[in-house]
Design a protein around this ligand. Structure first.
Ligand code: NAD
Ligand code: AKB
Length: 322
C-alpha cells in the first residue's frame, strides 16, 4: 500500500489534515508523526486513530525508517517553528525549518516520494508590494521564519528541477481553527479572539487594531493542500509557493464581526512589539490568481461565514470539554 506520511502532525494544521486525509484515502493509508507523542485523550487523540510514528525530522534515519516501514509515497512536511517562536529561537528555527526540510527532501529523493510543503505569507518582507502581492515578486523577509520559508521554497524548486522530485506548496495566510491551538505565530490572535469572546466576552489583542493581514479558515486550507496535491502535474507552472487567499482582515474588523454574535464583546490592545514588527513586515493581501488559474483554487469561507461557523463549533467544543 502506498502511504502518506505527515510530519509535525500534532500541530494546528496536522490535527485537522490527518483526519481529512484518512477520510479520503483510508485510515491505514496515512501515517501521522511528530517529535512529540500524542496524548491518550484530548484533541491530539484524533490523529492517533491510525498509524503513528515518532519522527524527529532533523534525523534522516527516523524519516527513512517511517518511509520504508510504511511504504510511504507522499510526505506532507508540516514540522516547523512558527514566526514568533522562530524569532525568539533563531538557531533552533534554522535547524528545524531548514535542517528538517533538507532531510525530508533527501529521504524523498532516495525513496521516490512526492513532498508537500506549507510556505507562508511570512516569506515576504517589507520591500514586497503590500497590497495584492503578486505571485512572483520581491522576497527579502527580515525575520528568521521568513528567511527559512523563502529558502524552503527555493530548495523545493531545486529538488524538482535537479532530481525531478514532485514537490508542491502553498504560501498560507494566518489560519483560524478550533481543533488544536496555534503554535506560536504572529497570527495567533485570530484564533485566541474566538476563545476569549466565548469565555470572557473580552480580548486583549497583541497587534494594533488596524493591522491588516490575510487569513483563512482551516477547512479551506485543508482542501487547498489536498487539491494541489491531486492537481495534474502538467497544469502546474509554479509548483512550490502558490499564493492562496480567502480574506484580508484587521483585529478591529474581526471583533466587529464577532460582536454580531456575541453582543457586548470588547476588544482592547496591548501591543507586543516583536509580533507587531513581524506583522508590519508582511503583506496586507496577496494575489492568488496563479493558484486559481493553474489548479482551480477557490475559497469557500469569507469573514462572515467563518465567524459564524467558528463560534458555533468552538462553543460546542468548549461546552463538551471536561
Ligand atoms: P504547529 O506549531 O502548530 O505544529 C508544528 C508541529 O511540528 C508541532 O506538533 C511540533 O511538535 C512539531 N515539530 C517541531 N519540531 C519538530 C521536529 N524536529 N520533528 C518533527 N516534528 C516537529 O504548526 P502548524 O500551524 O501546524 O504549521 C505547520 C506548517 O504550516 C509550518 O511549516 C508552518 O510554518 C506552516 N504555516 C502555518 C500557518 C498557520 O497559521 N498555522 C500559516 C502559514 C504556514
Ligand atoms: C505565523 O503567524 O507564524 C503563521 C504564518 C502566517 O505563517 N500563522
Amino acid at each position: 500500500m502506498r502511504r502518506i506520511l505527515v510530519t509535525g502532525a500534532l500541530g494546528q494544521i496536522g490535527s485537522e489534515l490527518v483526519p481529512a486525509l484518512r477520510e479520503r484515502y483510508g485510515t491505514d493509508a496515512v501515517v501521522a508523526s511528530d517529535v512529540r507523542v500524542p496524548s491518550a485523550r484530548g484533541l491530539a487523540a484524533r490523529t492517533s486513530d491510525g498509524p503513528f510514528e515518532h519522527v524527529d525530522c532533523t534525523h534522516i534515519r527516523e524519516i527513512e525508517h517511517a518511509v520504508r516501514h510504511h511504504d510511504v509515497r507522499t510526505i506532507y512536511h508540516l514540522a516547523a517553528l512558527l514566526s514568533a517562536v522562530a524569532e525568539e529561537r533563531p538557531r533552533v528555527a534554522w535547524e528545524v525549518n531548514m535542517g528538517g526540510l533538507y532531510r525530508v527532501l533527501e529521504a524523498a529523493r532516495l525513496h521516490d516520494c512526492a513532498v508537500f510543503l506549507p510556505s507562508s505569507i511570512g516569506a515576504f518582507g517589507p520591500s514586497t508590494p503590500r497590497r495584492g502581492t503578486p505571485q512572483d515578486t520581491i522576497q527579502r523577509p527580515t525575520t528568521m521564519y521568513g528567511v527559512t520559508k523563502v529558502s524552503s521554497e527555493l530548495l523545493c524548486d531545486y529538488y524538482h528541477a535537479r532530481f525531478g522530485l514532485d514537490t508542491r506548496g502553498l504560501r498560507l495566510p494566518g489560519l483560524v481553527s478550533y481543533v488544536a491551538p496555534p503554535g506560536g505565530g504572529t497570527t495567533d490572535w485570530a484564533v485566541e479572539i474566538f476563545y476569549h469572546a466565548l469565555r470572557y466576552r473580552r480580548y486583549s489583542c497583541f497587534l494594533r487594531a488596524n493591522t491588516r493581514l490575510d487569513m483563512m479558515y482551516m477547512p479551506d486550507a485543508i482542501r487547498a493542500k489536498m487539491e494541489l496535491m491531486e492537481a495534474k502535474p502538467s497544469a502546474l507552472v509554479h509548483r512550490n509557493a502558490f499564493n492562496v487567499a480567502a480574506m484580508s482582515v484587521t483585529p478591529e474588523e474581526m471583533a466587529e464581526e464577532i460582536r454580531r454574535h456575541v453582543p457586548g464583546f470588547v476588544i482592547d490592545y496591548e501591543v507586543d512589539p516583536l509580533r507587531q514588527a513581524i506583522a508590519d513586515s508582511w503583506p496586507e493581501s496577496v494575489d492568488d490568481e496563479a493558484a486559481r488559474r493553474e489548479w482551480g483554487w477557490q475559497p469557500e469561507y469569507d469573514l462572515a461565514r467563518m465567524t459564524r461557523d467558528m463560534l458555533e463549533k468552538l462553543d460546542g467544543r468548549l461546552r463538551s470539554a471536561p
